[in-house]
Design a binder for this molecule. Sequence first.
Ligand SMILES: CC(C)(COP(=O)(O)OP(=O)(O)OC[C@H]1O[C@@H](n2cnc3c(N)ncnc32)[C@H](O)[C@@H]1OP(=O)(O)O)[C@@H](O)C(=O)NCCC(=O)NCCS
Length: 121
Amino acid sequence: KPMHAFIINCDGVDIGYIQYYNKHDFPPEQIYNTLELPESCAAIDWYIGELNYVGKGVGSQALNIFLNKFVFKVYENAFVDPGIANVCAIRVYEKVGFKKIMESNSAILMIKARIPENHSR
Ligand SMILES: CC(C)(COP(=O)(O)OP(=O)(O)OC[C@H]1O[C@@H](n2cnc3c(N)ncnc32)[C@H](O)[C@@H]1OP(=O)(O)O)[C@@H](O)C(=O)NCCC(=O)NCCS
């Protein structure tokens, strides 16, 4: 199954990793059913590994660019499932426009739908 993997580069410095794939190709480890997710649904995993670049707005910007330049060219929805204690990631997803669809003991499931092109301006 395809996995699309990228390095996040900020001003010439490799600072992180980000990937997307079809959520339905990879059954989740947590207890939720992917059948409840939209048919066209990309999952995203990522991190910024360089501490100097964390908490400066770079992550939100990188995710936004990644969604519009790659993910939404192929998929109608983007999906993430941050741990409930991962307040930083959850905040980033909220800033970028993800909405909470479900919450379990360990994770929050969030989705952002692609904005149709004629509504984007
Ligand atoms: C998730 C990650 C990529 C975000 O990147 P980033 O560049 O730090 O994100 P930003 O700087 O754009 O935004 C961070 C936001 O979280 C907020 N935040 C950070 N720590 C917080 C805390 N403890 N409590 C509340 N808010 C917090 C920041 O204030 C900021 O929000 P603001 O702009 O409204 O002030 C990065 O933190 C990371 O690599 N985390 C480890 C891996 C990970 O969790 N990946 C996601 C898995 S779901």
